[in-house]
Design a protein around this ligand. Structure first.
Ligand code: FAD
Ligand code: UDP
Length: 383
């Protein structure tokens, strides 16, 4: 009866379920251990009626027209450009650190010299990862790089990951490069916005199809047994010969046989205020102060009007299986090596498709997961 079982109802699982149900007219069973669909993009209204992101702030942005067009089938957009300020020496400056930040932090003459040298060395409108900028030999650029490293990256990264920027794959801090520009937006992608009625509504529209059945509150291992020896699967005790699409943690699927893949978890602390607004932009980062990394005020993101407001503080913590949620794969050489061992296992079975942030141990943004799901559908499922 079911041709596909999909484990997880985040973007990876939901895009594939929607494609298979509507394009192939095949039946899909989705198994989700939480009590709702949407994975970490899930949002809901809190007790004072503010739309919050229960698993941390999610801002949609993409360069990929195909992804934007696809999701636009399920939502209209509030055209939002995210802005972030970082508290440095008591001042709030634009993050990514850019030419405006330089002028806010340094005396005029020095700031002008730095600006000129950045433009000469890298070009206007160019993005320079902090670890690359630190290689600069020019005295002013070196001073600037060390200042940004120490005041923007070192404290934040140590809080967020428990290690220094050098101990992580350079692509992690490279997500927020120094920007040789006066553009204060966090992202420069062509398409940016927030689903007008929230992410959960978007997911509900995607999954509302007679070919899709969803089993919530269920760890897949309760109903689906996959025999690692033979590659045979049983669903509700009966032989299942369809395909399994898995979007949960890859190490859990293989019973941690090579050891646990490290992740970071987060503790979200929501605060409600009886006032219209508490901070000037969507997110304020605290690289150097306090033990949380950032505070996000949802109304900036969603454009909701209310005389009340809600914020979330993010406290990073170690991931402990069974106790908290694995939010971030920790990209470094050792962990990627361990991930490769698991990936080789997946390749042994032709009834398994692993996709998503956890199943591929990748630091994917939402658009990359959607792009990957559309690609897998076209290349491996629909062909
Ligand atoms: P998930 O959304 O994690 O979905 C996986 C699903 O599988 C979950 O629902 C989980 O419950 C389920 N599952 C796991 N194990 C099992 C099991 N054993 N049995 C049954 N079900 C299971 N991206 C952006 O583009 N912009 C942002 O601003 C942004 N902000 C983020 C902020 C935070 C704090 C975090 C953590 C991520 C952020 N992301 C952002 C990334 C975004 O969350 C991911 O790209 C996206 O959610 C990945 O989708 P997914 O389907 O791969 O995984
Ligand atoms: N980062 C930092 N200081 C900042 C912002 C980012 O050190 O003010 C580093 C930090 O290591 C962080 C990474 O850059 O984890 C990626 O930041 P991003 O905002 O993309 O993280 P996410 O939104 O995925 O949590």
């Amino acid at each position: 009866m079911f041709s596909y079982v999909i484990i997880g109802t985040g973007f990876a699982g939901s895009v594939l379920a929607e494609r298979i149900a509507t394009q192939l007219n095949k039946k899909v069973l989705m198994i989700e251990k939480r009590n709702h669909v949407g994975g970490n993009a899930y949002d809901s209204y809190d007790s004072q009626g503010i739309l919050i992101h229960n698993y941390g702030p999610h801002i949609f942005h993409t360069k990929i027209k195909k992804v934007w067009d696809y999701l636009s089938n399920f939502t209209d957009w509030y055209l939002y450009h995210h802005k972030v300020l970082g508290v440095i020496d008591g001042k709030k400056v634009p993050i990514p650190f850019n030419l405006n930040s330089i002028h806010q932090v340094f005396p005029k003459n020095l700031a002008e010299r730095m600006e000129k040298k950045l433009i000469e060395n890298f070009g206007y409108n160019k993005k320079v990862p902090i670890l690359k900028l630190r290689e600069a030999e020019d005295k002013d650029l070196k001073f600037l790089a060390d200042y940004i490293y120490e005041n923007v990256f070192l404290g934040y990264t140590t809080k967020q990951w428990g290690v220094t920027p050098e101990e992580l794959d350079p692509s992690v801090t490279g997500r927020v490069p120094v920007y040789v520009s006066r553009d204060d937006r966090y992202f420069q992608d062509h398409y940016q916005g927030m689903p007008k009625e929230g992410y959960t509504k978007l997911f509900e529209r995607m999954l509302n199809h007679e070919n899709i059945k969803i089993l919530l509150n269920t760890d897949y291992k309760e109903v689906l047994q996959f025999d690692l020896e033979t590659g045979e699967a049983k669903l509700f005790g009966q032989k299942f010969s369809g395909k399994i699409i898995y979007t949960g943690p890859i190490d859990y699927f293989f019973n941690y046989k090579f050891g646990q893949l490290p992740y970071r978890s987060l503790n979200f602390v929501f605060e409600q205020f009886n006032q219209e607004q508490v901070q000037e932009v969507g997110t304020v980062n605290y690289p150097n102060d306090y033990n949380f990394t950032r505070i996000t005020e949802f109304k900036h993101l969603t454009n909701q009007s209310s005389d009340k407001t809600t914020t979330v503080k993010e406290f990073s913590q170690e991931y402990i299986p069974g106790e908290n949620i694995p939010y971030y794969p920790i990209k470094n050489d050792r962990n990627l090596e361990l991930y490769r061992l698991y990936r080789e296992e997946v390749r042994k079975y032709d009834n398994l498709i692993f996709i998503g942030r956890l199943a591929e141990y990748q630091y994917y943004d939402m658009d990359m997961v959607v792009a990957k799901a559309l690609k897998i559908f076209e290349e491996r499922i629909a062909k």
